[in-house]
Design a protein around this ligand. Structure first.
Ligand code: MN
Length: 313
């Protein structure tokens, strides 16, 4: 029977391995310096050596480690030795893409790549909607949606395909009222998932932009994963409805997404007569801009793409 301290220590080793180093683990979990986490490790090793029945790591540190590494609540208290370095919080589709699975920790050519999959699952439940979003930033563009709003699903599919992001979104919303809560809350939950999957953003491009045409329509999307929410939304839809979908709701979707992902987003539909085309060019351009911004930049070499040193505070 392992003591709590032994389980915590074993899990700490797993997290260090998954992050690539103790310093990287500390960074991901929001520590300014790795010294305090090093002290935690030392204390646990001492407790283990002395056969101390100690309670292991303080609850606040456990929560920080679990959140920083996208582990489910309670993960630190369990014996995870049979599932080494797999991200147990995650599971969508088969990630056959540019593979985190192929990353060898310590291999120089991969050293600035993420040590774990940038994939998360976020659930948000209110009296109006129950939503679960699974997202993998390093996916292949697979999208599975079950929301009850077909035109929104058509648009989410554009984000996934053109962003090369895997999305799995289920929503049970109060569609008997209208689509409003469903569309807005999917934006919010997708924003929360994005923020979580991005972690501390070290080594990414941070900025993304794209122009996308579709016949007569042309849209431009420019974004910054700045850590500050801001939306400039400039689409003059030529119709109020696309089929059964109220075009006003796109603004609600993007407001929710921006406020919870903490990004700066400028959307301009530059021209277009067909409202379906106007919407589609916006979502395709958003997907492509997002892909650019979340991708790792080799030359950034794992550095924070900000002279301020942080994009999360
Ligand atoms: Mn279409």
């Amino acid at each position: 029977m392992m003591t709590q301290a032994e389980i915590h220590l074993q899990n700490l080793y797993l997290l260090i391995k998954e992050a690539g180093s103790l310093a990287e683990l500390a960074r991901r979990c929001g520590y300014d310096k790795s010294a305090s986490l090093f002290q935690v490790k030392r204390r646990l090793e001492k407790q283990k050596a002395e056969g101390d029945q100690g309670r292991g790591i303080a609850r606040s540190v456990v929560a920080k480690l679990e959140a920083g590494m996208n582990k489910p609540e309670g993960w630190m208290g369990r014996d995870n030795s049979s599932t080494p370095s797999e991200n147990v919080a995650v599971g969508i589709g088969s990630n056959t893409g540019s593979g985190n699975s192929s990353i060898v920790i310590g291999s120089p050519s991969h050293i600035h790549q993420p040590a774990g999959p940038r994939a998360v699952t976020v659930s948000r439940h209110t009296s109006e909607t129950q939503i679960t979003v699974s997202l993998n930033l390093d996916g292949t563009g697979q999208c599975r949606c079950d929301t009850g709003v077909p035109f929104l699903e058509h648009m989410l599919d554009q984000i996934a395909r053109h962003g090369l992001i895997d999305l799995d979104i289920t929503c049970k919303g109060d569609l008997h009222i209208d689509d409003h809560h469903t569309v807005e809350d999917i934006g919010i939950t997708l924003g929360q998932a994005l923020k979580q999957a991005l972690g501390n953003k070290a080594g990414i491009r941070r900025y993304g932009h794209s122009y996308v045409p579709l016949d007569e329509a042309l849209s431009r999307v420019v974004l910054d994963l700045s850590g500050r929410p801001g939306l400039t939304y400039n689409i003059e839809f030529t119709r109020a409805m696309i089929g059964r979908f109220d075009v006003d709701l796109f603004s609600e979707f993007f407001h929710g997404l921006v406020n919870h992902s903490m990004m700066t987003l400028h959307i301009d539909n530059l021209r277009g007569y067909n409202a379906h085309h106007q919407a589609e060019t916006v979502f395709k351009a958003f997907g492509r801009a997002l892909r650019m911004a979340v991708e790792y930049d080799e030359r950034m070499a794992g550095k924070m793409p900000s002279t301020k040193g942080t994009l999360t505070a």
